[in-house]
Design a binder for this molecule. Structure first.
Ligand code: 3PG
Length: 366
């Protein structure tokens, strides 16, 4: 079992803590009388990290929260962390006179309270995604590290990225794992060590370049690999070739077809998926297999049938990824899953046996 540095027994009183969280939440445009406003469509990731944040604040720390939102190229107004800052202000019942834009040690950000600050989307800075061993990565890491005495990673969903706020800064400061991160690693490690078989893994959604290598590894681990959605459509032939070439593979591969209007997988594919799910004792799911947004009330669509089939299968069910979680919440099925991971790509990479850079760096001392 991975041994993570324990935050619980650390004295944080009077210390400045850099808390890397998953603020990468789905946003939606909402119309108000005067204009369009960005709001948070699903706040699961923010809520999950409150335990660590409350622990730090209650034990006398000043907290600098930071994370990324989406994949901006430079500064993009649609990906500002402002809705997240407002969410925290609301959560901590901060009066609007206290909550304001503030420069935090040379970074754009918000003052939520005397002891709580949020930095603007870290990916607005080119240094965030630089390799931590390059000069620009190191300069940015030192700049981030100058804000704090202690670094805490509670961002499981981003821990597969060797980015500066995940790896570079952890190399420069005493570092700890947040409570959410610890729970994710403990639960997913025991699943990885001894899953009840047959084990089915369902992968959908976008981010194809992240998922393709994971699918390849899953052939060695899972009994059934079921692929649907955009990745299935765009890489159908490649997925089959990949599967054929895996030496000593254990898995059977099923790739879904789309329905005629290309908004979801077709009836036949969902039936096949559900038959496999009913044979399985563990089911892991990441990524929607169809267009779910705006379709929450339509229980006839294949995506709904698949979600219901998994939830009612009686297997140990694990789901991860912002869009999948958001959809399950809206259709009222999230509670039926055995474990909800905040990670999408990170969960898949961890369960495929990869070492995540953000976890590796925490297990080394500074
Ligand atoms: C996620 O949503 O999976 C994480 O925030 C990572 O995002 P990324 O794939 O853009 O690095």
């Amino acid at each position: 079992m991975i041994k993570l540095p324990d935050l619980k027994n650390t004295n944080v009183n009077g210390k400045r803590v850099f808390l890397r969280t998953d603020i990468d939440v789905p946003l939606s445009q909402q119309s108000t009388i005067n204009n369009q406003q960005l709001t948070i469509a699903d706040d699961t990731r923010l809520k999950e990290s409150l335990e660590t944040l409350n622990f730090l604040l209650q034990n006398g720390a000043t907290v600098i929260l930071a994370g990324h939102l989406g994949r901006p190229e430079g500064r993009e107004n649609d990906l500002t962390a402002q809705p997240v800052a407002k969410w925290y202000a609301n959560e901590f019942r901060v009066q609007s006179s206290q909550f304001r834009v503030q420069n935090v040690g040379g970074f754009d950000g918000w003052r939520i309270s005397d002891k709580l600050f949020l930095l603007e989307n870290l990916r607005f800075n080119p240094g965030e995604e630089s390799n931590p061993s390059t000069a620009s990565g190191q300069v940015f890491a030192r700049k981030l590290a100058s804000l704090a005495d202690i670094y805490v990673n509670d961002a499981f969903a981003s821990s597969h990225r060797a980015h500066t706020s995940i790896v570079g800064i952890a190399k420069l400061l005493p570092h700890y794992a947040g409570f959410m991160l610890k729970k994710e690693i403990e639960t997913l490690s025991s699943l990885l060590e001894n899953p009840k078989r047959p084990l089915a893994v369902i992968i959908g959604g976008a981010k194809i370049e992240t998922k393709l290598p994971v699918v390849e590894k899953m052939h060695q681990i899972a009994d059934y690999v079921l692929i649907g959605g955009l990745i299935a459509e765009q890489t159908k032939v490649l997925l089959k070739v990949q599967h054929e070439k895996v030496e000593g593979r254990k898995s059977a591969l099923l790739v879904a077809d789309l329905n005629p209007d290309e908004t979801d997988i077709n009836e036949n594919s969902v039936e096949n998926f559900i038959q496999i799910i009913n044979l399985s004792k563990t089911v892991i799911w990441n990524g929607p297999v169809g267009k779910t947004e705006g379709n929450e009330d339509n229980h006839e669509i294949a995506s709904y049938k698949l979600a219901k089939g998994i939830a009612e299968s009686g297997a140990y069910t694990v789901v991860g990824g912002g869009d999948t979680i958001g959809y399950l919440k809206k259709i009222g099925l999230l509670e039926k899953f055995s474990f909800v991971s905040t990670g999408g790509g990170a969960m898949l990479e961890f369960l495929s046996g990869d070492k995540l850079p953000g976890i590796e760096v925490l297990t080394n001392s500074t």
